[in-house]
Structure formats: C-alpha cells, structure tokens
Design a protein around this ligand. Sequence first.
Ligand SMILES: CN1CCN(Cc2ccc(Cn3ccc4ccc(-c5n[nH]c(N)c5C#N)cc43)cc2)CC1
Length: 246
Amino acid sequence: MRLDVVSIFPEYLAALDVSLVGKAAKSGLLDVHLHDLRDWTHDRHRTVDDTPYGGGAGMVMKPEPWGQALDALAPADGPTQPRLIVPTPAGRPFTQELAYELAAEPWLAFACGRYEGIDARVASYAAERMRVDEVSIGDYVLNGGEVAVLVMVEAVARLLPGVIGNPESLAEESHSGDGLLEYPVYTKPPAWRGYDVPEVLLSGNHGLIAEWRHEQSVRRTAERRPDLLAAWGDVLSDQDGAEGVR
Ligand SMILES: CN1CCN(Cc2ccc(Cn3ccc4ccc(-c5n[nH]c(N)c5C#N)cc43)cc2)CC1
C-alpha cells in the first residue's frame, strides 16, 4: 500500500517511521511519502491560508497549494488515483469497519488541514477524479488533521497482512468481530500487590475460560458502551425471546 500525506507540519508525521508502521514501511508493506504543502506555494512567505469569505474567526487554507499538491501527487492523466482521506471535525466517523475498507485500498492520500479547515472547493476538485472521504476520528476538536492521520494510518496498517505478528488477535479486539469490548487480559505473576489473576484463567479449562471471557466482554460493554450492547441485545432478543442480554 502506498500512503501519501500532505501537511504544513510533515515532521509531525515522523512517528510513522516508528514501531509497527515503521516496520511495515521498512519491510515494503507500506510505501510512505510525506509532503510539505508549502512546497506548492510560490510567494516569499509561502502562504497557505487566508481570511474566510463570509467573515468569521480564524483563517482558511487556500485552495491553490492543495490543488497543485494533488496534481503533483496524482496527475489527472495518471494510470490510477488514490483514495483521498480528509480529516475534519465535520467528517463521517472513522470506525474499525472503515479501517478494514481502507486497508483494502492500494493507494491512500491524506490531506492534513490546519487553521479552520481547507477551502471546501479542494474536496470537490479532487472528487472529479478520486474517491474523497471527509472523516472524523471523534467528537472532540483538534488543531489539525495530523493526529487524526496518525490514528487512521495505525488502525489501517495493523490490518495489512504480515504487519502484526498474530493476526488471530485481530478477531478478538474491541470493535471487530462480535461487536463487544474485549475482555481483561492478565500475565505473570499470578499474584501481584494483593491482586490475583482470576482462578478460571489458571484452570486450563478452555471452555470455562471462553465462557468467562465472553461474560467479561458483555459486562464491560454494558458498563462502558451500552450503545454497542443495544445492538447485541437486539440480536439476543431475536434469538432467545425477551431474555435480552444473558
Ligand atoms: C467557523 N467554524 C470554523 C470551523 N470550526 C470547527 C473547527 C474546524 C477545524 C479545526 C482545526 N482543524 C483544522 C483541520 C482539521 C482536521 C481535523 C480536525 C479534527 N478535530 N477533531 C477531530 N475528530 C478531527 C478529525 N479528524 C481539526 C482540524 C478546529 C475547529 C467551527 C467554527
């Protein structure tokens, strides 16, 4: 998978050279290209922003540098086009489902906005020749898109075959597979500062362990994400009458 990231702070994305994503890049599973948007400015001050039409606080990112950056990265007459991801507070939610979808793409490009956002015409221009997704990583406000790109790239890269050591663990994670939060995990020592590992996990009885883990997942989901459990409750009530969640 090729990844292009355009930002006025490309150094912010240096974290992509570290850990799992860094290994994926070094092993050739990811081909990461970072770009400084200011390389596509032509004035002495390398200007990328201007005041918003219609008034309002803050500044808006000018369309010209973005248009030239997109044309340089993915020429209109090129053989293929990337899928363009634009982080924004006004975007569709970034979910595990979308992460899986993006992991199947051969080429992703990320446009990291700053200030109050990118001139809306840039997404329209890009959509003339590539798929554009305006995406939000959560209901809180950041100062720019770089953090969101780090989140999304990590979530996507770990789904690529060969990137994580144990692909089986992907099936048991929160937000994938059964839609429940994952169960608590433990390792040695069996007793630590007055806290013991639950006996069942030391029993070697895999049936009981699986049952305990499922119960823990349901309990955690009910406590922390009842919204997820509502979907599960619907499934259970359909299958088991009005019993709801066991
Ligand atoms: C007049 N209007 C003008 C807009 N503001 C709203 C607003 C717009 C942008 C910014 C800063 N910013 C710039 C680019 C950019 C990309 C992503 C994100 C982002 N934040 N939170 C997420 N989950 C994000 C993601 N993913 C923030 C970004 C701050 C506040 C309201 C008043």
